[in-house]
Design a protein around this ligand. Structure first.
Ligand code: ARG
Length: 596
């Protein structure tokens, strides 16, 4: 049903102007419509395209272009605007812009639907989407770059699921490669009975470093390590077992982080998964005559690129590029993905460019049919703008970083509690939930709200600040909004049973409502740009418009700290704000609480 989706008011008005443009100026039918939020009071949106339409008219004979000034062009657009119950009035004003006023009646109806049905997605065609994120490397430390990928990837997956796509959340772990030779050789020495007794590798990091030290210093060990690689590639059962044990030990460490961050549904399909497909990928390139052999290596050259990609080394082994080619082919052919999204640090841009270039050349992928995108992100830096370190100067361990977030959040919550009357204090469970919501929320939100392509400066002080666009601010805003109905003694059921509609009269009510109804537009923008910060900005703005509304429009009448009467329409409006914020928290992968 139509009510399953939310109408994108902005998109709707834009489409109306597209129709108007085509009918008023057939020769410029496909000119873009410059619709933006209005900068002038009284109007909601404005269309700024009349000027450019007029300036393009110079290309046409006068009798074929009906407008004789920018203002005239604006007026003609208004005349040709199809009738709609969305727009109350569209009028050409000074400067040849068109001021658009959205119908209050329409807004009111949409707000009531929002209150009744919740925040729903815009209507889009269902697709299959692969999101490749997190992707740490076995036996190595999961670092802040992987944390960033995990947070952003989870959020993008939530977004696609919300709009109704089938999402494969894939953890492309680095679980294959020559480094396993030394790890396996080391395992055999350290835990000779590993086949029967699972080795208690407590510190994988130290284990990795131990094997690396021997590999670099000991020629005999090095030779053994290379032998293990060959055995692993040939599927030797004992070596495979050793490899599995090492992977399992790593996985256990990763899972601790995933559990803490509430990362669910992420499926591991690492580099090893594609090993058996490599031969066919090489064949695929060879059959199309795309392979150049140089010093025993198999290369693929791409137009306009200096460096070729190596798909097979002279010793017959494959590369990171080969595995990503096999992987892309698998995702498109077997998983039937319409879109494949790689959430990986910006340092790998060239790698992806080359792999996709080769894939296009070999007709593995057709860019007119599939959306393949690198959701690149910048580095995570410390406050000194250098690589992130702990307070004692060591390289940061993710679990320690999260411990610190929890510790600082406890202080935030407890400081606040100390100022409250006894009857307002949290239970032990509520306190714990609040601390976790703030701690993990702060880490996630700080990352998501910054433009992902830029480097990101990690600062606990900033992320736990109540002022400004932070998780703490928004989480508190949410509890404050939720407390309005609670303090008025209006329950969820009361609200649902009550037939009073939301009415929008005060300009601050209308401003707030217009913003809430931008929700589907924000979702569409997020889908197009895959940059979560649009959602964060939207939430922050919503809580600010809420504050303006709350300061100007009385929701409840309070005498002696007791609510004596309330305005049901406005109580419902506050609930609609909370519903939209909650949906945004869900998409960002953040938990929120009712009280804190
Ligand atoms: N494991 C890689 C790293 O830590 C990231 C893998 C990204 N995904 C991919 N399909 N290449 O750098």
């Amino acid at each position: 049903a139509e009510t399953e989706y939310m109408i994108d008011v902005f998109g709707h008005i834009k489409a109306m102007f597209e129709t108007a443009t085509a009918s008023a100026f057939p020769l410029l039918a496909n000119s873009p419509v410059a619709l933006v939020l209005s900068t002038k009071p009284g109007a909601h949106y404005q269309n700024n395209s009349a000027m450019s339409l007029y300036s393009k008219s110079k290309d046409f004979p006068a009798d074929q272009f009906p407008a004789d000034s920018p203002m005239d062009a604006a007026m003609r657009l208004c005349e040709h605007l199809p009738s709609s119950d969305v727009v109350e009035k569209a009028e050409a004003v000074k400067g040849s812009t068109i001021a658009v006023i959205v119908s209050t009646k329409y807004l009111t109806r949409q707000m009531n639907l929002l209150f009744q049905l919740g925040a729903r997605p815009p209507k889009v065609k269902e697709e299959v989407v692969v999101v490749d994120y997190s992707s740490p490397n076995i036996a190595k430390q999961m670092h802040v770059g992987h944390l960033r990928s995990t947070i952003i990837g989870d959020c993008i997956s939530n977004l696609f699921e919300f709009i109704g796509h089938k999402v494969h959340r894939i953890n492309h772990v680095g679980d294959w490669g020559t480094q396993f030779g030394m790890l396996i050789a080391h395992l055999k020495d350290e835990y000779p009975d590993f086949e029967t007794n699972s080795p208690p590798i407590a510190d994988l990091q130290a284990f990795y470093q131990g094997s690396k030290k021997r590999f670099d210093a000991d020629e005999e060990f090095k030779t053994r390590a290379w032998n293990e690689v060959v055995l692993l590639q040939n599927g030797d059962p004992v070596v495979t077992k050793a490899w599995q044990l090492i992977c399992a030990a790593s996985r256990k460490e990763f899972d601790v982080i995933y559990n803490r961050l509430n990362i669910v549904g992420l499926r591991e399909m690492g580099e090893s998964f594609y090993q058996s497909m490599m031969v066919d990928v090489i064949k695929h390139f060879e059959e199309r005559g795309l392979v150049t052999i140089e010093d025993g290596r198999k290369l693929v050259f791409l137009e306009g690129k200096e460096v070729p990609i190596t798909i097979e080394k002279s010793n017959g082994s494959y590369t990171y590029d080969t595995s990503d080619l096999a992987c892309l082919k698998y995702r498109l052919d077997t998983l039937k993905a319409d879109s494949v999204i790689y959430v990986v640090d910006a340092g790998q841009s060239l790698h992806f460019e080359l792999v996709w270039g080769a894939a296009r050349k070999a007709e593995i992928y057709d860019e007119t049919k599939n959306r393949i995108e690198h959701v690149a992100f910048g580095l995570v830096l410390g406050e000194d703008k250098k690589k992130l370190k702990t307070r004692s100067g060591d390289t940061i361990k993710l679990s320690e970083l999260l411990d610190e977030a929890v510790e600082l959040s406890s202080k935030v919550v407890d400081d606040k509690q100390a100022t409250l009357e006894d009857d307002a204090k949290l239970t032990a469970q509520e306190r714990e939930d609040a601390i976790n919501a703030i701690a993990y929320g702060a880490v996630k939100y700080a990352d998501l709200k910054s433009n992902r392509t830029a480097d990101y400066v990690f600062s606990f002080d900033r992320m736990l600040d109540f002022r400004g666009n932070t998780a703490v601010y928004l989480l508190y805003a949410y509890t404050r909004i939720m407390s309005i109905a609670r303090k008025a003694g209006v329950s969820e059921a009361d609200m649902a049973a009550d037939t009073t509609p939301i009415v929008l009269e005060h300009p601050k009510e209308i401003k707030l409502a217009l913003h809430l109804l931008r929700f589907p537009e924000i979702i569409e923008q997020f889908v197009a740009e895959l940059n979560p910060h649009v959602v964060c900005g939207y939430m922050f703005q919503a809580s600010q418009y809420f504050t303006e509304f709350y300061e100007n429009c009385r929701c409840t009448e309070v005498v002696d700290r007791k609510v004596v009467s309330y305005n049901m329409s406005r109580i419902k409006l506050t609930r609609a704000v909370a519903v939209v914020l909650a949906k945004c928290f869900d998409i960002l992968g953040m938990k929120y609480v009712q009280r804190m």
